[in-house]
Design a protein around this ligand. Structure first.
Ligand SMILES: [Zn+2]
Length: 74
């Protein structure tokens, strides 16, 4: 049974604000096998993810487009 998690207060590395590392988040991290803790609050995490994720999905989308256009990716 996973019931040993307790909400933790962490400091965001980006904005310096305190944020809660909730039990549900800790369980999620444990499930994924992450041994680290989040370093950013939710809004900074979101900004960070948006910045990184956008570029990656744009590249992927473009590659997919090229593949269907040229039909020579295989
Ligand atoms: Zn923050």
């Amino acid at each position: 049974m996973k019931s040993s998690y307790q909400a933790e207060i962490l400091i965001c590395a980006d904005c310096g604000e305190e944020f809660v590392f909730a039990r549900s988040a800790q369980e999620y991290f444990a499930e994924k096998g992450f041994s680290w803790k989040p370093t950013r609050c939710k809004s900074c995490q979101h900004k960070h993810k948006e910045r990184n994720g956008k570029n990656r999905s744009e590249v992927t989308a473009r590659r997919d487009l090229d593949c269907s256009d040229n039909a020579r990716c295989n």
